[in-house]
Design a protein around this ligand. Sequence first.
Ligand SMILES: [Zn+2]
Length: 170
Amino acid sequence: MAPVPSGRVHNLINIAAYSVLAAGALIATRQELVVLSPAQALQFTLAFAAGTFLLSPDLDLAEGRVDSKRHWGVLGVLWVPYGMLFSHRGWSHTWLVGPLTRLLYVALIAALVWGALLYLVPGMTLPQWPQTFTLQALWPPLLGYYLSQWLHLMADGVRPDHGARRARRR
Ligand SMILES: [Zn+2]
Protein backbone atom coordinates (compact mmCIF):
# COMPACT_ATOMS: atom_id res chain seq x y z
CA MET A 1 0.00 0.00 0.00
CA ALA A 2 1.14 3.55 -0.69
CA PRO A 3 2.27 5.52 2.37
CA VAL A 4 -0.57 7.38 4.08
CA PRO A 5 -0.10 11.17 4.30
CA SER A 6 0.54 12.53 7.78
CA GLY A 7 -1.75 14.99 9.53
CA ARG A 8 0.54 17.83 8.56
CA VAL A 9 0.47 16.87 4.88
CA HIS A 10 -3.35 16.64 4.98
CA ASN A 11 -3.51 20.12 6.52
CA LEU A 12 -1.25 21.56 3.82
CA ILE A 13 -3.27 19.94 1.02
CA ASN A 14 -6.52 21.31 2.45
CA ILE A 15 -5.10 24.80 2.99
CA ALA A 16 -3.76 24.86 -0.59
CA ALA A 17 -7.10 23.67 -2.00
CA TYR A 18 -8.94 26.26 0.08
CA SER A 19 -6.70 29.07 -1.20
CA VAL A 20 -7.37 28.12 -4.81
CA LEU A 21 -11.10 27.84 -4.14
CA ALA A 22 -11.26 31.16 -2.29
CA ALA A 23 -9.41 32.94 -5.09
CA GLY A 24 -11.75 31.33 -7.64
CA ALA A 25 -14.82 32.30 -5.63
CA LEU A 26 -13.57 35.88 -5.27
CA ILE A 27 -13.03 36.23 -9.02
CA ALA A 28 -16.36 34.56 -9.83
CA THR A 29 -18.22 36.93 -7.44
CA ARG A 30 -16.44 39.97 -8.89
CA GLN A 31 -17.45 38.85 -12.38
CA GLU A 32 -20.98 38.32 -10.99
CA LEU A 33 -20.92 34.68 -12.11
CA VAL A 34 -22.02 33.55 -8.66
CA VAL A 35 -23.84 35.27 -5.83
CA LEU A 36 -22.20 34.57 -2.52
CA SER A 37 -23.05 36.47 0.64
CA PRO A 38 -20.28 37.21 3.17
CA ALA A 39 -22.21 35.11 5.72
CA GLN A 40 -22.27 32.10 3.37
CA ALA A 41 -18.56 32.48 2.63
CA LEU A 42 -17.83 32.64 6.36
CA GLN A 43 -19.94 29.55 7.14
CA PHE A 44 -18.23 27.61 4.36
CA THR A 45 -14.82 28.69 5.66
CA LEU A 46 -15.52 27.84 9.30
CA ALA A 47 -16.95 24.43 8.39
CA PHE A 48 -14.02 23.70 6.09
CA ALA A 49 -11.55 24.65 8.85
CA ALA A 50 -13.43 22.58 11.44
CA GLY A 51 -13.43 19.61 9.05
CA THR A 52 -9.72 20.01 8.37
CA PHE A 53 -8.37 20.62 11.87
CA LEU A 54 -10.97 19.24 14.28
CA LEU A 55 -13.03 16.55 12.54
CA SER A 56 -10.48 14.76 10.37
CA PRO A 57 -11.20 11.12 9.37
CA ASP A 58 -7.98 10.17 11.17
CA LEU A 59 -9.79 10.62 14.50
CA ASP A 60 -10.36 6.88 14.06
CA LEU A 61 -6.84 6.72 15.55
CA ALA A 62 -7.82 8.82 18.59
CA GLU A 63 -7.13 5.94 20.97
CA GLY A 64 -3.50 6.79 20.23
CA ARG A 65 -1.71 10.01 19.28
CA VAL A 66 -3.02 11.79 16.24
CA ASP A 67 -2.81 15.38 14.98
CA SER A 68 -6.55 16.06 14.83
CA LYS A 69 -7.01 14.89 18.42
CA ARG A 70 -4.20 17.19 19.60
CA HIS A 71 -6.06 20.21 18.16
CA TRP A 72 -8.84 19.58 20.69
CA GLY A 73 -6.44 20.11 23.61
CA VAL A 74 -7.70 18.50 26.82
CA LEU A 75 -11.01 17.79 25.08
CA GLY A 76 -9.15 15.39 22.78
CA VAL A 77 -9.85 12.65 25.29
CA LEU A 78 -13.52 12.84 24.18
CA TRP A 79 -12.47 11.22 20.88
CA VAL A 80 -10.89 8.15 22.45
CA PRO A 81 -14.18 6.16 22.35
CA TYR A 82 -14.59 7.13 18.68
CA GLY A 83 -11.08 5.86 17.98
CA MET A 84 -11.84 2.57 19.68
CA LEU A 85 -15.19 2.24 17.91
CA PHE A 86 -13.93 2.81 14.37
CA SER A 87 -11.11 0.85 12.81
CA HIS A 88 -8.51 2.94 10.97
CA ARG A 89 -9.54 3.68 7.37
CA GLY A 90 -12.76 1.71 7.83
CA TRP A 91 -16.21 3.32 7.88
CA SER A 92 -14.63 6.56 9.14
CA HIS A 93 -12.96 6.86 5.74
CA THR A 94 -16.08 6.45 3.59
CA TRP A 95 -17.31 9.40 1.55
CA LEU A 96 -20.85 9.88 2.85
CA VAL A 97 -21.24 7.88 6.08
CA GLY A 98 -17.75 8.63 7.42
CA PRO A 99 -18.11 12.42 7.76
CA LEU A 100 -21.63 11.87 9.12
CA THR A 101 -20.38 9.60 11.94
CA ARG A 102 -18.21 12.44 13.24
CA LEU A 103 -21.05 14.98 13.06
CA LEU A 104 -23.33 12.58 14.95
CA TYR A 105 -20.60 11.89 17.49
CA VAL A 106 -20.23 15.64 18.17
CA ALA A 107 -24.02 15.95 18.39
CA LEU A 108 -24.13 13.08 20.86
CA ILE A 109 -21.48 14.67 23.09
CA ALA A 110 -23.25 18.05 22.87
CA ALA A 111 -26.52 16.38 23.85
CA LEU A 112 -24.85 14.68 26.83
CA VAL A 113 -23.26 17.94 27.98
CA TRP A 114 -26.57 19.72 27.50
CA GLY A 115 -28.43 17.05 29.44
CA ALA A 116 -25.94 17.32 32.30
CA LEU A 117 -26.27 21.11 32.32
CA LEU A 118 -30.06 20.90 32.42
CA TYR A 119 -29.78 18.50 35.33
CA LEU A 120 -27.31 20.66 37.22
CA VAL A 121 -28.89 24.03 36.41
CA PRO A 122 -32.67 23.58 36.55
CA GLY A 123 -34.69 26.20 34.74
CA MET A 124 -32.21 26.60 31.91
CA THR A 125 -33.87 26.98 28.50
CA LEU A 126 -32.88 25.36 25.21
CA PRO A 127 -31.40 27.65 22.55
CA GLN A 128 -34.01 28.33 19.87
CA TRP A 129 -33.61 27.73 16.15
CA PRO A 130 -33.42 31.10 14.37
CA GLN A 131 -36.88 32.10 13.13
CA THR A 132 -35.74 32.38 9.55
CA PHE A 133 -33.99 28.98 9.52
CA THR A 134 -34.36 27.01 6.28
CA LEU A 135 -32.70 23.84 5.07
CA GLN A 136 -31.16 25.84 2.23
CA ALA A 137 -29.14 27.74 4.83
CA LEU A 138 -27.28 24.49 5.53
CA TRP A 139 -25.59 24.04 2.18
CA PRO A 140 -22.58 26.38 2.66
CA PRO A 141 -21.44 24.78 5.95
CA LEU A 142 -22.26 21.25 4.75
CA LEU A 143 -20.36 21.78 1.51
CA GLY A 144 -17.38 23.23 3.39
CA TYR A 145 -17.31 20.32 5.81
CA TYR A 146 -17.74 17.55 3.25
CA LEU A 147 -15.23 19.08 0.86
CA SER A 148 -12.59 19.14 3.61
CA GLN A 149 -13.30 15.46 4.27
CA TRP A 150 -13.22 14.44 0.60
CA LEU A 151 -9.85 16.15 0.10
CA HIS A 152 -8.52 14.03 2.97
CA LEU A 153 -9.95 10.85 1.46
CA MET A 154 -8.58 11.66 -2.01
CA ALA A 155 -5.13 12.26 -0.50
CA ASP A 156 -5.46 8.90 1.27
CA GLY A 157 -6.32 7.27 -2.06
CA VAL A 158 -9.75 6.18 -0.81
CA ARG A 159 -12.29 5.70 -3.59
CA PRO A 160 -15.87 7.04 -3.31
CA ASP A 161 -17.26 3.48 -3.33
CA HIS A 162 -15.08 2.48 -0.34
CA GLY A 163 -18.13 1.93 1.92
CA ALA A 164 -20.06 -0.09 -0.65
CA ARG A 165 -17.07 -2.34 -1.28
CA ARG A 166 -16.63 -2.88 2.46
CA ALA A 167 -20.29 -3.85 2.83
CA ARG A 168 -20.15 -6.22 -0.16
CA ARG A 169 -17.14 -8.04 1.24
CA ARG A 170 -19.12 -9.14 4.30
ZN1 LIG B 1 -6.86 9.27 6.71
